[in-house]
Design a protein around this ligand. Structure first.
Ligand code: ATP
Length: 383
């Protein structure tokens, strides 16, 4: 971290802290996510490496841009340097509107829809499911670029996924029911985000998990405020259809007349970079050093431009692909799981309603250790 000055702490995740930093070499501001590797279990470590793998593979204006990853020896942390989103995340923007008694202007919401769909399409076209789309994981830069971030639990899936994951407010009916799911589950979650931008409340709210489950699987929510157009209500309705097959995919929505008449869809950036291979978790942090992707800044340490980030990324990817496969595979358990275990987390709900914002990650009837982690202090409180 010697190459950076820490300017402020932006927030804390379950195992990571995100800082606003100044890179001394180019005097630019970045976001640095410091992941406390030493205190994590194997699965969470692999999740952190997944995020790096995906972010370093995808160059897209609507996916948080990766800059560099390294190990900070003094703190035994993995440091991920990313583009800094100066306007914060959508949940922060929702909370600001709530506080001020104001609303998102409708054109801003359409712009967020289009940009989020483009980012999601970039993931889905590589068979990556995000699996935790929520307002807190969508960021806005100073140039008003809307970017998907936090790809911690994202997964490459050729077919259907099984592991129950996501955040309760945004989880699709099929995830709640522990059914196999696909990219349409991300579409549902994005529908929940768009609803939240309009109503400044989650689409599905309740006082406990049981009631939330019941509302989600029925797809029942109250109308968005009447200040918004029927087109906006219709696009949300199409994304919040209970049956996944009835939900359109990213391309369909982006091409729909409903969207086109509300916003001009610009041409897609030509991006076809390959996905870098899974970064296999070695036994020691030291051994991880040689496996991490290289930096992708636009300027080098002498403050000279080093070609496009894209060409650097492509070289990097080629370099990594030359190495033998390190395919790690943590296959999701197909073990069946009835809705009843959802009840098991009710006591925690009573302790702290922020549990609704916490991941549903791999709830399992037989293991308390797989219940959501204890809630941390969050800057939101809906229930
Ligand atoms: P968890 O990872 O456990 O779900 P989280 O999403 O709150 O929790 P992080 O993704 O680590 O945790 O983010 C922590 C804080 O840092 C959040 O407030 C988030 O808005 C902010 N943040 C994360 N990435 C960036 C970024 N690239 N630019 C600006 N702020 C960011």
């Amino acid at each position: 971290m010697n190459d950076f000055d820490i300017l402020e702490k932006l927030g804390e995740g379950s195992y990571s802290t995100v800082y606003k930093v100044l890179r001394k070499a180019d005097s630019q501001i970045y976001a640095a996510k410091k992941v406390k590797f030493s205190s994590m279990n194997q699965k969470d470590k692999q999740n952190a490496l997944n995020e790096i793998r995906f972010l370093a593979s995808i160059t897209h204006p609507n996916v948080v841009s990766y800059k560099e990853v390294f190990i900070d020896d003094p703190t035994s942390s993995l440091c991920l340097i990313m583009e800094y989103a100066s306007k914060g995340d959508l949940l922060q923007m929702v909370n600001t509107h709530k506080k001020n008694g104001s609303h998102f202007p409708e054109p801003e919401i359409w712009s967020i829809i289009v940009q989020s769909l483009k980012g999601l399409k970039a993931l889905h076209s590589r068979n990556i499911l995000h699996r935790d789309i929520k307002s807190a994981n969508i960021f806005v830069t100073s140039a008003n670029l809307v970017q998907l971030g936090d790809l911690n639990v994202a997964k490459v899936v050729n077919g259907l996924a099984y592991t129950q994951t996501g955040t309760p407010y945004y989880a699709s009916p099929e995830v709640w029911r522990d059914l196999p799911y696909d990219s349409k589950s991300d579409i549902w979650s994005l529908g929940c985000v768009i609803y939240e931008l309009c109503a400044l409340e989650p689409a599905f709210r309740s006082k406990d998990m049981k009631e939330l489950f019941s509302k989600v699987v029925k797809g029942r929510y109250t109308d968005i405020p009447s200040i918004y157009s029927p087109d906006l209500a219709a696009i949300i309705r199409s994304m919040l259809q209970v049956k996944p097959v009835a939900r359109p995919n990213c391309e369909k929505i982006l091409e729909s007349p409903l969207l086109r008449r509300n916003i001009g869809v610009e041409p897609e950036p030509n991006e076809s970079s390959p996905l870098i291979q899974t970064i296999k978790l070695p036994h020691s942090l030291r051994a991880l050093k040689g496996k991490l992707p290289g930096p992708m800044y636009l300027v080098n340490t002498n403050n000279q431009r080093v070609g496009s980030a894209r060409s650097r990324k492509e070289n990097e990817v080629r370099e990594i692909l030359r190495k033998p496969s390190t395919g790690y595979s943590r296959e999701n358990s197909k073990a069946s799981f009835t809705p009843s275990p959802l009840m098991k987390i009710t006591p925690r709900v009573r302790q702290d309603s922020n549990i609704f914002r916490k991941p549903l990650i791999e709830l399992h009837p037989c293991s308390n250790s797989k219940l959501p982690r204890p809630p941390k202090v969050l800057n939101n409180s809906y229930v």
